[in-house]
Design a protein around this ligand. Structure first.
Ligand SMILES: *Cc1c(COP(=O)(O)O)cnc(C)c1O
Length: 429
C-alpha cells in the first residue's frame, strides 16, 4: 500500500518518480509528438482504449508529472494543467455547461473570472447569477434554477480577501444535485484543501503562489472524483450520454471517477487547445518544491504587516483574515488554521490621490499587475485590474474604490515594514 506523505514531502518529491537510471529532476519533454512501433498501437490511443502519449496538446509527461503532484496535494484523483488560470476556470465550467445552461457563482471573485462568467460565457448562451457568498443558505438557494449546473466560489477572494464558507457552499450545491467548483489559487493546498470540506472540483492559477516567482502563466483543474454524475445524469448529458465526437463513448461509464477530467482532455483540450507548455510546467514544478516554505513565510510576513496597518492612524481599514477583528477570522480558523496567504486589502484615509501618493512613494515594493509571488507588490484594483467594472460591479465584487491590494512577499519583514512606513510618511497630513 502507498504510504500517505505529508504535504511538504509531496511539494518536494510528488509527481515525478524516476526509475533506476532516470533523471532525478523532472525533465522537460520538449516534444510535440511521441513514437509508436505499430499503427495498431496508435489507433488504440486515439480510441482512448490505451493510455499513452501521442500529441502534447492532449498529454505530455512533464505536464502529467506536475499535474499529478498538484492532484496529490489537493487530495484529488487527477489534474490537468492549462495555459492559464483563466483557461482553467473556463474549462471547469464549460466541461459541464452548454448553451441554455445556468450556474451560480459567488460575486466576490477575481476580475478576470467575473468578466469570463458575466460577459464571455453569456455570449455562448451560458448564464450565471452572482450571489453574495455571505448570504444565508435560503438566500443563495433562490438563485438556483432547473437548468443550474454548478456553484462556484474562491477560497480567499482576489482582491477582497473574503474567506469562503466552503461547507455551506457544498451543502447548497449538493442539495441541488450539482458540483461545487472552488478556485483555490490564493490559499493553495498547503493552507486549505477544499475537497476535505465537500468541494468537488478545484481550479488554480498556477501563475500565483504555485509558480511563486512570477515566471510563468499557467492554470490547473483538479477533480476530487467524488461527484456522482450518474446520480444526476439528466443534468449532465455531456458526461452521461454518448459522445458522438468519440465513437459514442460515455465518459461516466468508461472512466468512472476520471470521467470529468477525461472529457476535459478528450474534448476541451482537443478542441480549444489551451495547454501549458512543458517548459512552463517545469517552472511551476520548481516553484511547487518550495511552496510549503514560502506560504508559511508569506503568512508570517503578511500577519506582521496587517497588524502594523491596523494600528496606523493613517490607515482607514484593513482586510486580512488573520486579524482577530477581521470579519472572516472565524472562517479562517476553520478553513485556514495555518494561515491564509500573503495578500492584504486595505484603504488609506483621505482621497484616492493619497492612495496613489502612497503607492508611488514605495521603493522596494513595486506597482505591478501581479500578486502572490516572492516579491512584495501593490496594486489599486479599481483603477488597474478591475478597471472595466462599473462602480456598481465594483461594489458587488466587494472592491471599494480605495482598496489597495498589497501582496506581501518573502523578503525580510523589517524591510517590507520600513518601505510601507516611509511611504505612509509621504502622504500629506
Ligand atoms: C490570477 C487569477 C486567475 C487568473 O489566472 P491567470 O493565470 O492570470 O489566467 C484566476 N483566479 C484567481 C483567484 C487569480 O488570482
Amino acid at each position: 500500500m502507498k504510504i500517505k506523505q505529508k504535504p511538504g514531502t509531496i511539494c518536494v518529491q510528488g509527481g515525478w518518480k524516476p526509475k533506476s537510471g532516470e533523471p532525478r529532476v523532472l525533465p522537460i519533454y520538449q516534444s510535440t509528438t511521441f513514437k509508436y512501433d505499430t499503427s495498431e498501437q496508435m489507433a488504440r490511443l486515439f480510441d482512448l482504449k490505451d493510455s499513452g502519449y501521442f500529441y502534447t496538446r492532449l498529454a505530455n509527461p512533464t505536464n502529467d508529472a506536475v499535474a499529478s503532484k498538484i492532484a496529490e496535494l489537493e487530495g484529488g484523483v487527477g489534474a490537468m494543467l492549462t495555459s492559464s488560470g483563466q483557461a482553467a476556470n473556463f474549462y471547469a465550467v464549460f466541461n459541464i455547461c452548454e448553451g441554455g445552461d445556468h450556474f451560480v457563482t459567488s460575486e466576490t471573485i477575481y476580475g478576470g473570472t467575473f468578466n469570463l462568467f458575466g460577459v464571455s460565457l453569456k455570449k455562448l448562451g451560458i448564464e450565471c447569477t452572482f450571489v453574495d457568498p455571505d448570504a444565508s443558505e435560503e438566500e443563495i438557494q433562490k438563485a438556483f434554477r432547473p437548468n443550474t449546473k454548478c456553484l462556484f466560489g474562491e477560497t480567499i477572494s482576489n482582491p477582497g480577501c473574503k474567506v469562503l464558507d466552503i461547507e455551506k457552499f457544498s451543502k447548497i450545491a449538493h442539495k441541488n444535485g450539482v458540483p461545487l467548483i472552488v478556485d483555490n489559487t490564493f490559499a493553495t493546498p498547503v493552507n486549505c484543501r477544499p475537497f476535505d470540506w465537500g468541494c468537488d472540483i478545484i481550479t488554480h492559477s498556477t501563475t500565483k503562489y504555485m509558480d511563486g516567482h512570477a515566471s510563468s502563466v499557467g492554470g490547473a483543474l483538479v477533480d476530487s472524483g467524488n461527484f456522482d454524475w450518474n446520480a444526476h445524469a439528466e443534468k449532465f448529458p455531456g458526461l452521461c450520454t454518448p459522445d458522438n465526437s468519440y465513437h459514442g463513448l460515455i465518459y461516466s461509464k468508461s472512466f468512472g471517477k476520471m470521467a470529468y477530467l477525461t472529457k476535459a482532455t478528450a474534448q476541451l483540450m482537443r478542441d480549444f487547445g489551451s495547454i501549458q507548455s512543458p517548459e512552463n510546467a517545469f517552472l511551476v514544478n520548481i516553484g511547487l518544491e518550495t511552496l510549503h516554505l514560502r506560504m508559511a513565510q508569506h503568512c508570517k510576513n503578511a500577519q506582521a504587516v496587517a497588524e502594523f496597518l491596523e494600528k496606523d492612524p493613517r490607515v482607514a481599514w484593513v482586510h486580512y483574515s488573520g486579524l482577530k477583528n477581521d470579519r472572516y477570522y472565524t472562517l479562517q480558523q476553520k478553513y485556514l488554521p495555518n494561515g491564509s496567504c500573503g495578500v492584504i486589502a486595505f484603504g488609506i484615509k483621505g482621497l484616492q490621490e493619497d492612495s496613489i501618493k502612497f503607492m508611488d512613494s514605495l521603493k522596494m515594493i513595486c506597482i505591478v499587475t501581479h500578486v502572490a509571488d516572492a516579491r512584495s507588490c501593490v496594486l489599486l484594483p479599481a483603477s488597474h485590474t478591475h478597471r472595466q467594472l462599473s462602480d456598481k460591479q465594483l461594489l458587488e465584487a466587494g472592491i471599494p474604490k480605495d482598496l489597495i491590494r498589497l501582496s506581501v512577499g518573502i523578503e525580510d519583514v523589517d524591510d517590507i515594514l520600513g518601505d510601507i512606513k516611509q511611504a505612509l510618511d509621504k502622504i500629506k497630513k
